[in-house]
Write a protein that binds this ligand. Structure first.
Ligand code: SAH
Length: 207
């Protein structure tokens, strides 16, 4: 998986590759899809949700440029896989999930793997997690029409936010937003497809 899908597509950061190597992805997918856990594809988990393709997890993580000392916020815990990768690369990770069963299951698995830098919170991620703000890095793993305002407010000066954001024609772009000298600078990275964000800032037309 790492050689072909990640290094083969140009992501070579040693810390990122180590993190991918150390998180057993097969534990994050349902038993019936375990044989496909390391395939170059997203997989269905439960409740109509998905675990992203390994390359997309790696790409989003690399855009956050984590050095190890950061506090990170993830919206959309899902299986907990992305949170586990972040937990290997940052000091403190808060991840929010809106489906109670998924939040509980991910918290159990992350605990079992000893990923104690990751805390799973049940709630609407569009509102962020103000208690631990600001965050040097924020990643949203569900698509919306625009990045929820509370998340932009919880981004630290110098911070990076990565999210799939809808463009006018209904397509989704993986978007990187950097908070630089009081301004938000946006870069479009790649065309992607994610499940829709729900909740107060959700993508209404898709829910
Ligand atoms: N990062 C996940 C993949 C997430 S799929 C992984 O590594 O497996 C998107 C997830 O976002 C789903 O679990 C969905 O339930 C959750 N979600 C959707 N809207 C949300 C919201 N407003 N707040 C928190 N979680 C949300």
């Amino acid at each position: 998986m790492i050689e072909e899908q990640i290094v083969g597509r140009g992501l070579r950061d040693r810390r990122l590759l180590d993190a991918l190597e150390r998180v057993p992805r097969h534990l994050f997918v349902p038993p019936s899809s375990r044989f496909a856990a390391y395939d170059d594809a997203p997989l269905s988990i439960d409740f109509g949700q998905t675990i992203s393709q390994p390359y997309i997890v790696a790409l989003m993580t690399s855009l956050l440029e984590l050095a190890g000392h950061e506090r990170v916020l993830e919206i959309g815990t899902g299986s907990g896989y992305q949170a586990a990768i972040l937990g290997k690369l940052a000091a403190e990770v808060h991840t929010l999930e809106i489906v109670p069963e998924l939040a509980a299951r991910a918290a159990r698995l992350l605990g079992r793997l000893g990923l104690d830098r990751v805390t799973v919170h049940l709630g609407d991620g569009g509102l962020g997690w103000p208690t631990a703000a600001p965050y040097a890095a924020i990643v949203i793993t569900a698509a919306s029409e625009r990045v929820p305002e509370p998340l932009l407010e919880q981004l630290a000066e110098g911070g990076r936010l990565v999210a799939p954001v809808a463009s006018g024609d209904g397509a989704e772009w993986l978007t990187l937003i950097k908070a630089e000298r009081g301004k938000l600078i946006e870069h479009k990275i790649a065309s992607v497809a994610f499940v829709p964000l729900r909740g107060k800032y959700g993508w209404r037309a898709r829910n």
